[in-house]
Write a protein that binds this ligand. Structure first.
Ligand code: ZN
Ligand code: ZN
Ligand code: ZN
Length: 319
């Protein structure tokens, strides 16, 4: 299956500092494993529908031109997503050191399973810092195979506290914020990134867009926001309480009309994936957009334009 991203054209780096969207599907991606729904069937043939599991890449270069990379969430597709980050950033692959740091938002499978591929059977990394909450730290240390990687110092866990400023990469600061999301194994973080010219909010999983979440959205230039379901009609036998996410039809009414809001973490059931759907038309007329795999944003300067579409200038599906 061809994947948009690495090797598709432009010579990196795309900007001195930036954010690249590495996956815009829900935890299991689109097509969903073992699913024969019409959307998944089409997704095998149509890469405007296909979505990798959720992840974000961040990069920046220092004054000597050395490029550093941060991976936000380690999905089961970490191999292709690290290659996409490399292609966007121009950071050279180095043995045992495919990325400079990792930040984990929470302990649901699409956000951490990929850590396993950094162990002995895979990249065999050495001392990669993994930033996460205290509960996520406890989860990784308590569960094989992930605890093996910590015991062998392939990964070095670093607990980060919500609300505290973080120096993530040269010229890129950030902070994490607790958001409501079903927390069987860990709490859930949203990530705020601040470059010299632009701020980005990453909130792929959240139960609802309440006043605090809407305030966070209003304080960032670019917001990647939970768009898992368009409406609760997609849940088929499950209830909103079992898998709470803010239905996109309600978010579209709650969000102010402005540039820079992109929905991500799209479930295979969400009709917004289909270009001809009335739900896609509703999204387009709301002025908001659907994030796509490989899309990137410059962090360094507002003059660089708010959004850049994937390599080879794929026309943005929702605009
Ligand atoms: Zn998720
Ligand atoms: Zn499906
Ligand atoms: Zn989740």
């Amino acid at each position: 299956m061809a994947t948009r991203g690495p090797g598709n054209g432009r010579t990196p780096p795309l900007a001195r500092a930036g954010v690249v969207v590495l996956g815009t599907g829900q935890d299991a991606g689109v097509p969903q494993v073992g699913c024969d729904c019409p959307t998944c069937e089409r997704a095998w043939r149509d890469d405007t529908i296909r979505r990798l599991p959720p992840a974000l890449g961040v990069w920046s270069s220092d004054d000597e031109g050395l490029v550093y990379g941060l991976l936000v969430d380690a999905s089961p597709q970490i191999t292709v997503q690290l290659a996409m980050l490399q292609a966007a950033s121009g950071r050279k692959a180095a043995r045992r050191h495919p990325v400079d740091r990792i930040l984990l938002t929470h302990a649901h499978i699409g956000h951490y399973l990929g850590l396993a591929l950094l162990g002995r059977e895979g990249a065999s990394t050495h001392g990669i810092p993994v930033l996460c909450s205290k509960t996520m730290d406890r989860f990784v240390r308590a569960n094989r195979p992930f605890s093996h990687l910590v015991e062998r110092s392939e990964l070095v866990l670093q607990v980060i506290a919500p609300g505290k400023p973080l120096d993530l990469l040269p010229g890129v600061r950030g902070s994490v914020h607790l958001v409501p999301h079903r927390g069987e194994d860990s709490d859930t973080l949203a990530l705020s990134l601040e470059g010299a010219g632009r701020s980005v909010l990453y909130m792929p999983d959240v139960d609802r867009l309440g006043p605090e979440e809407l305030a966070m959205i209003s304080h960032h230039d670019v917001c990647l926001v939970d768009g898992t379901f368009f409406s609760s009609a997609e849940l088929q036998g499950r209830t909103q309480a079992e898998v709470p996410h803010p239905p996109m039809e309600i978010s579209l009414r709650a969000l102010p009309r402005r540039q820079g809001v992109y929905f991500t973490h799209i479930n295979h059931s969400n009709p917004v994936l289909l270009q001809e759907s009335v739900e896609r038309a509703a999204l387009t007329s709301s002025g908001h957009a659907l994030a796509v795999d490989g899309q990137w944003f410059a962090l360094g300067s507002k003059e660089e334009g708010i959004a850049h579409w994937p390599w080879e200038a794929t026309p943005p599906p929702s605009r």
